[in-house]
Design a protein around this ligand. Structure first.
Ligand code: 8YV
Length: 317
């Protein structure tokens, strides 16, 4: 029997569906570290990868039997997809099922930061709430404001729909224009990157990480944004150059930030933690029972599809 490596815990019982066809090595309690993964992958036929694990050329070259990589997540920047393709390896991801959860997280961060919910919570717990006053932790309303979405794919579009309920004006910037039908249904206006920076009261990053988006938000970018802007990142950490973000916050170039993703997770700079107008969450975008259960099913479906000679639903590349 061929060997399948599942590199971290999944939700539900989906892994048991592999048992009739494979020898399964299942890291049931925690996500494998990179080193343990490199050692374990060598004779695997298939792997379920967590997006925190790097699948580069060396890993691929060290695994001559490898036929399928099922990534638990939609972003595949952790995998050298084009190299895997040249080796005839099928790479799959888990889109759609996590769009609503991730967009809801984006709206949650938007509200938490604009209404200073986490700051308020910290204040109460620290015993620093000494009584109501008219200007205590004033935030800003979403209603009537402009939301700029960088990378308006499925998650961005779900956020646009939700933002519509708050009567926000929604701009987006993508590599290409969305279809006219999508723009009109979601009341979206496409703009260039400058327009997005200049006009948005809130900017949300849902764009994938690639050469173009790496460190797209640096000091020069922050200097072009409104001083009152709140920036939300639910995409990938390295889209923001973290040292420049800290400088921008310390110099009040922007008003606040919420990060669900960090540049070098799980570490986070002390200076970032010290800024009052920062909300930090540990990559919870798709962390709902609904999304993670569906993602766990999809990765197993994908491996079984490749095994049975079928084309999986979500092939990347
Ligand atoms: C995953 C994500 O939960 O889908 C993605 O790209 O970032 C998250 O939904 C996370 O990467 C776990 O593998």
């Amino acid at each position: 029997m061929d060997r399948v490596l599942v590199t971290g815990p999944l939700i539900g019982d989906s892994v048991s569906r592999l048992a009739n066809h494979f020898r399964v090595e299942y890291s049931k309690n925690e996500v494998m570290g990179q080193e343990a993964f490199s050692r374990a992958v060598t004779d695997a036929w298939g792997i379920v990868t967590m997006t925190s694990l790097r699948v580069d050329r060396n890993i691929i070259d060290s695994s001559p039997q490898l036929k399928a990589i099922a990534n638990l997540g939609v972003g595949c920047d952790n995998i050298d997809v084009s190299y895997a393709q040249t080796r005839g390896i099928t790479v799959t991801n888990t889109p759609d099922v996590l769009s609503e959860s991730t967009a809801e997280m984006g709206m949650g961060l938007l509200l938490a930061t604009s209404r200073r919910i986490v700051e308020g919570d910290r204040m109460v717990r620290a015993g620093e709430f000494s009584g109501w006053k008219v200007d205590l932790l004033l935030g800003s309303e979403l209603n009537g404001k402009t939301l700029g979405i960088l990378g308006c794919g499925r998650i961005g579009q779900a956020m646009a729909r939700m933002a519509g309920a708050f009567e926000m004006r929604v701009l987006y910037h993508n590599r290409g224009r969305l279809q006219a039908e999508v723009e009109s249904r979601l009341q979206l206006t496409g703009v260039d990157f400058d327009g997005l920076l200049e006009e948005s009261d809130f900017v949300v990053i849902t764009a994938p990480l690639n050469e173009e988006s790496h460190h797209l938000f640096d000091l020069a970018t922050f200097e072009r944004m409104k001083r009152s802007v709140i920036l939300i990142n639910i995409g990938r950490g390295p889209v923001i150059k973290e040292v420049d973000l800290i400088a921008a916050l310390e110099r009040n170039l922007i008003a606040g930030v919420a990060l669900d993703v960090l540049e070098s997770p799980p570490s986070v700079a002390d200076r970032l933690k010290e800024c009052p107008n920062v909300t930090l969450t540990p990559h919870l975008g798709s962390a709902t029972t609904e999304a993670r259960t569906a993602m766990s099913d999809l990765v197993i479906d994908a491996l079984l599809d490749v095994y049975h000679g079928r084309v999986p639903n979500h092939v990347v590349g």
